[in-house]
Design a protein around this ligand. Sequence first.
Ligand SMILES: [Zn+2]
Length: 135
Amino acid sequence: MPNKKLLIEYYNQLCDVLNNNGYRIETYFRGEEGQMEYYTDMDHPDLTIMGITEDAKAYRFLQSKNLIRKDLCHFCGDTIKSSIYTFTEPHNRIKINICRTCHSKGQREQQVYRDMSSRRGCILFLPVLMLSIFR
Ligand SMILES: [Zn+2]
């Protein structure tokens, strides 16, 4: 069963750890470079992991602290019994554990990311996202 509440709690924890250890999201909007704190998108908590994996160092830091869960779908919060299904994010080719249902809904998820990307104004991000591989 998808568990949005659990997913939000999980991402809030990851974001807190990153923020408390000095990690920031690098932003680039209308030619301006900036930084912002990690945060969980309440409408689309699954997008949080995309922001985190954009910075391989931030992701590896969480991994080194054993905070990246293997028993949870990073898209819907469902419990995973065996981690056969992964989503390979486009920036650093990091494999993220997802459940079977989300894996088969892959095309729809990609659409969500495209919508999200255009909302953030990351035009350059789009062609890369379209190359995302579901395994
Ligand atoms: Zn799922």
